[in-house]
Design a protein around this ligand. Structure first.
Ligand SMILES: Cc1cc2nc3c(=O)[nH]c(=O)nc-3n(C[C@H](O)[C@H](O)[C@H](O)COP(=O)(O)OP(=O)(O)OC[C@H]3O[C@@H](n4cnc5c(N)ncnc54)[C@H](O)[C@@H]3O)c2cc1C
Length: 392
């Protein structure tokens, strides 16, 4: 990405969609107008800068894979990694970013010190919790609706090589919900995820360290360099159904409200359309520090602990099934909203003005004002979030 290029493109005022690696759903990074693609891990790598004090400056087009390799050589790590690493740093921070480490360390955006943001006039400014704090709060998790994130300064920590991994199978979704809620109440766990995959219900709990040995738990294994093991697994899931439509969504509930949300999904799994398509469920816990910023559109609300439920479907190109699945998603989004949860906006969410207002309150109106003040009406205007803000 040549330095002058993004500013010139944003400032030109023509309809523009922003794209990282393009792994979000529902045509978010597809445009009728121009497309600005930042994902370029090879050219981004030489631009990374170690700022000292555990801070690292990363171009938006860097991949998490490249960043993790870079940090690994310095015995450092980011606090939260996504489980698939070939996504752009800028794109993931623009949706929020969560992973198995979120049970300990919250969202990826919680560990951003500052971002360089380009607005619709082509003006670039550094935003942080103290400089342009409102733009910072709207940009992280904001899907590029308040400008292009060009660089981010991230906090890092000393890396831990090993992880105690304990796997458990669960007989029913209700049992898994109970187990997940119990884990969400504990603050001594470093990694957690659970899934329903090919009929198998299982959870993974882990503790990190260096030079670990197996403990007495029969299910204990010690895994080294876990991020790199995990990403191959997820990559194979992404690629396996590449000739199908991928309708994915995640609902993020305050802890305590997870069982009813999972129950709502469970009742639909045995009925059309979900019983006829490939479905996977994926569960993460997100524990944030009490002083975490309140990002306007991030999937986590104000609850200190949240539980995310990913509902991932792969569907043949059958318009009726796709439309019926979207209908199911819309009903589930209503249920999520009733239970005090939020959608993860990288996914498929039919967000109209009134639902968006219920979810985001006055921040929706403020988004419209910020887009106008920073001349951003031509940027990512196709997104449901931007359209909902326009309707207010
Ligand atoms: C196989 C797979 C695994 C995944 N695993 C995880 C996971 O573990 N954790 C998780 O949190 N998510 C996960 N996701 C979802 C993923 O976080 C989002 O799809 C994320 O957006 C991916 O980054 P990207 O570079 O592909 O973004 P894109 O899809 O390119 O962009 C996402 C959004 O941000 C905007 N945008 C992109 N770049 C910028 C920028 N530089 N500045 C401003 N706006 C921008 C785009 O317009 C778009 O609205 C996964 C998705 C897939 C397909």
């Amino acid at each position: 990405m040549p330095a002058a290029f993004p500013s010139a493109l944003l400032g030109a005022g023509r309809p523009l969609a922003l794209r990282g690696a393009g792994h979000s759903c529902d045509g978010q990074t597809v445009a009728n107008g121009e497309l600005l693609i930042t994902y370029a891990p090879d050219t981004a790598a030489p631009q990374m800068r170690d700022l000292g004090d555990g801070l690292i400056e990363v171009p938006a087009g860097m991949s998490w894979y490249g960043l993790e390799r870079y940090l690994d050589r310095r015995n450092r790590a980011v606090l939260v990694l996504p489980n698939y690493l070939h996504m752009s740093v800028g794109g993931t921070l623009s949706v929020g970013g969560a992973g198995i480490d979120s049970v300990r360390s919250g969202m990826q955006i919680d560990h951003v010190e500052r971002i360089q943001l380009i607005d619709g006039t082509g003006t670039s400014r550094w935003c942080s919790r103290t400089d342009h704090p409102e733009l910072f709060r709207f940009a992280l998790g904001g899907l590029g609706t308040v400008g292009l994130i060009e660089r981010a300064v991230l906090r890092t920590v000393p890396s831990c090589r090993d992880t105690h991994v304990h796997r458990a199978d669960h007989a029913t979704l209700a049992e898994l919900a109970e187990h997940t809620e119990r884990i969400a109440q504990r603050d001594d766990i470093d990694i957690y995820c659970a899934s329903l995959r090919q009929g198998r219900l299982s959870s993974t709990t882990g503790w990190r360290g260096n030079g670990l040995r197996r403990c007495r738990d029969a299910s204990c294994t010690i895994m080294s360099d876990l991020p790199f093991v995990g990403e191959y697994h997820t990559e194979s899931i992404a690629a396996r159904f590449s000739d199908q439509v991928r309708l994915w969504t995640d609902y993020v509930m305050p802890a305590g409200q997870f069982a009813p949300m999972l129950g709502a999904v469970e009742t639909l799994l045995d009925r059309a359309p979900l019983k006829d398509v490939h479905v996977m469920l994926y569960i993460l816990i997100v524990r944030r520090s009490p002083d975490a910023s309140s990002f306007a559109f991030a999937p986590v609300g104000t609850a200190p602990v949240s539980i995310g439920l990913g509902l991932y479907t792969w569907i043949d190109y059958e318009p009726a099934v796709i439309s019926a699945t979207r209908h199911v998603f819309r009903d589930l989004l209503e249920r999520c909203c009733e239970l005090g949860g939020r959608p993860y906006l990288y996914g498929v969410n039919d967000l109209d003005g009134s639902l968006a207002e219920r979810l985001y309150g006055t921040d929706l109106n403020r988004l419209a004002q910020l887009r106008s003040a920073h001349q951003l009406e031509h940027v990512n205007a196709h997104l449901p979030l931007a359209r909902a803000a326009e309707q207010i």
